[in-house]
Design a protein around this ligand. Sequence first.
Ligand code: SUG
Length: 455
Amino acid sequence: MDKTLEINFDGLVGPTHNYAGLAQGNLASKRHAGLISNPREAALQGLEKMKASVDAGFPQAVLPPQQRPDMGLLHCLGYRGAPEEVLPRVGSEAPELLYAACSAAAMWTANAATITPSRDTLDSRVHMTPANMQSALHRSIETAQTARTLRAIFSDERHFAHHPALPATPWFSDEGAANHTRLCAQHGGPGVHLFVHGDSAPDTLAAPKHHRPRQTLRACRALARQHGLSDQQTVFAQQHPEAIDAGVFHNDVICVGNGPVLLYHERAFFDERAVLEALRDRLAVRADGQPLIPVRVPEEAVTLEAAVASYLFNSQLLSREDGSMTLVVPGECESDESVWMTIQNLLLGGNNPISEVVVRDVKQSMRNGGGPACLRLRVVLNEAERQAMSARVMLDDALYQDLTTWVERHYRDRLTLEDLADPQLAHESLAALDELTALLKLGSIYPFQLERGAG
Ligand code: SUG
């Protein structure tokens, strides 16, 4: 029997992880701007999280970090020369550009791409579109490398179709799987795709007042078209503008779906009733009559503010073989009583498949607004597709050990703006990445490796 599995591809935190306050609409990023970061601890926390998933029997893989500092960005902004000249100069003249060039934000792989499993596509291939991340400079520099990395791992064109990122303009602002949820009876069965956008129709009063939406309806529709999804397979939903203003910069900060379960806060969507109705209708037609299992958390149980502060909904909802589900929540959920009570009563005690809650410590990432769900890109693959993957990215005990040793050897435990301006850090980072691509059997994927090859 063909066994289709969901594999979580977590981003490995890069050696220049820092707190720069660069992310608009993201309260944690703003609050922690300028804090001293600890990339070693961040990477080890991420690896611990991945290892715990493997130990619990969930398929887990890893995506490598990106080349930072991005000297290409700095060169293009007119800072010519070697890191020795450029980095100290940018650090003193335009620290925000140095921060952007050093950002390790690619760790949040939920923003890497939108992926449609082969079960739902016309040509029975897995379709992928890297997100353009055009709403912020430090994230817009991820797209080209994301495309190269995905092409390196999913190189077999018989199984994988790679689309170009959408045009990087406000009309098509796309932040990837963080705003896309696939609902189904089981991973191998047909699915219904919920695309969530933040912008509103021009003639409504439903726009957020304080923060710019990061995903547009035009982008959602274009992704569905690229992947060949029909109207019957898709639902497009507008985020609640009050949620965006309260710090919900991606839908995965307020909603998580898995199988037939949709766990969400009552203020996640502008028109909750219409979203549920559409999902129910589509599931009935497309997913073998599978009923939707909505798990709604009302404001009186958890306020929008508490949801954003605890990241309750930025959890991973993982299917076990017996059909029950595990909810992986960040440690911050334990310290808010309303959230913890809701987990115990409404989620574990409710009429739904969630039967276990596990807590993970990803504080280094959380301080930048990245919880357990942000750190992972979900890829549903059948047996043949898993076999067709290139590279050593599936996490097992041996790879976990190798990556832990690699982090301990190469990563610093303290980074400030001054450190980012230190050319030595740039050299250390490239040496680390060079070793990493060998370890992951990825070949040459980074600009410095490709230039070396060409030279
Ligand atoms: O884009 N933070 C990221 C967090 C992304 C979380 N991803 C999901 N919700 N899927 C962002 O807001 C902070 C960088 C800084 O300020 O240094 C940052 O980019």
